[in-house]
Design a protein around this ligand. Structure first.
Ligand code: PLP
Length: 382
């Protein structure tokens, strides 16, 4: 048995494929460090080929991609966007920046994704969009959500920050809603430190997205030779990352299958190891509905109550294992109360947020994973 004396097992450790620095040197040698160069174009082509989206644009972050989505929808103050409360702040903030109101609905007990059965009750005259967050890379019930949106003439934005290389009924997450956002933050599966992408599935948004991305200019058309000078044509900002980030990301995308495969193996090992604890009623494991092809973004456990969760986090810490809880529901946060509105009591959100614990999951954990598995089993007494 191993104990405290061993090195701490971190919750996350960014994985490097080994190609990153070489590609960054190549970007430098090529003479372009500003964005939208050869590596950016390679990343765009990869994202378009692997998701089937109409167009992909790299951004500084998923947050920036969500902000672009809010700009593209031309949301006005008072417009409403339906979303889960159990999500990262950027899901809401991107819309709040436009004066829109996040309307929080409860999540499903099984996947912790927005409960599609509660969406229609939250729709008002001001509703413009639904933001679906694919928690842990497990898809929301997108067929139902798209159908509700179609019936009420709403847009769907996928916050697929955690959903890179995951699928829903054979389609890539990020390729289903009108717009979608990916994250390449160092805590996600495929990384560039900070980074993200906007995926455009509704072609109507494509030209304007490129303009917003390039500070409100038609610079991209100019480089393609479509116009003979470039100028200020719309609102916009600098949403594009430089080539060094794109070069780093390219190394990761090239190894995307391998990274996902290794994460899935770690996830599966946890899942099998804890089957007995679930059968004994001591915890609940993640649930992946049929038709969802997840990407092993996260392995979490749901403990019976908040006290047992805190005790397990402490116990693991004393054995040198870093486990963490996750979101404070946005409708309970100071800014969430100020800018948003809850639709109903959100009982599932409040309950599960207190009981969820995330275990370390990163490529390279394989050799130490038994330490985590055994520590949890020992503490929960099975
Ligand atoms: C990580 C995350 C974000 C933010 O991603 P950044 O790239 O850090 O901006 C947004 N939404 C969800 C659901 C996330 O998990």
């Amino acid at each position: 048995m191993t104990g405290k004396s061993d090195a701490m097992i971190p919750f996350n450790r960014p994985y490097l494929t080994g190609q990153e620095t070489e590609y960054m040197l190549q970007a430098h040698a090529g003479g372009q460090l500003a964005g939208n160069g050869p590596f950016t174009k390679r990343c765009h082509a990869w994202l378009e080929a692997h998701t089937g989206c109409h167009k992909a644009l790299l951004t500084h972050s998923c947050t920036a991609a969500l902000e672009m989505a809010a700009l593209l929808l031309e949301l006005k103050p008072g417009d409403e966007v339906i979303m889960p409360s159990y999500t990262f702040v950027s899901t809401a903030n991107a819309f709040v920046l436009r004066g829109a109101v996040p309307v929080f609905v409860d999540i499903r007990e099984d996947t912790l994704n927005i409960d599609e059965a509660l969406i229609e009750a939250a729709i008002t005259q001001r509703t413009r969009a639904i933001c679906a967050v694919h928690y842990a890379g497990v898809a929301c019930e997108m067929d139902t959500i798209m159908e509700i949106a179609r019936r009420h003439d709403l847009f769907v934005i996928e916050d697929a920050a955690q959903g890179v290389m995951a699928g829903y009924k054979g389609r890539a997450l990020g390729s289903i809603g009108h717009l979608a956002a990916y994250s390449f933050h160092e805590t996600k599966n495929i990384i560039s430190g900070e980074g993200g992408a906007l995926l455009i599935n509704d072609a109507r948004f494509a030209d304007r997205a490129e303009i917003l991305w390039e500070k409100g200019t038609n610079r991209s058309s100019f480089f393609r030779g479509e116009v003979d000078k470039y100028t200020w044509v719309d609102v916009g900002s600098s949403f594009l990352p430089g080539e060094l980030i794109a070069a780093f990301l390219w190394a990761q995308l090239e190894h995307g299958e391998e990274i996902t495969g290794r994460r899935l193996a770690i996830w599966q090992r946890y899942h099998e190891a804890y089957a007995g604890l679930q059968a004994a009623g001591l915890l609940r494991r993640p649930c992946v509905p049929c038709g969802c092809e997840h990407n092993a973004h996260m392995y979490y456990l749901l403990l019976p109550d908040v006290e047992q969760r805190s005790a397990l986090i402490e116990a693991l810490k004393s054995e040198g294992i870093h486990s963490v809880f996750h979101y404070v529901p946005l409708h309970q946060a100071p800014a969430g109360r100020r800018f948003g509105r809850a639709c109903g009591e959100l009982e599932v959100t409040v309950d599960l947020a207190e009981r969820l614990l995330r275990l370390p999951l990163w490529v390279g954990l394989e050799s130490q994973q038994d330490r985590v598995i055994e520590a949890v089993q020992r503490r929960l007494g099975a």
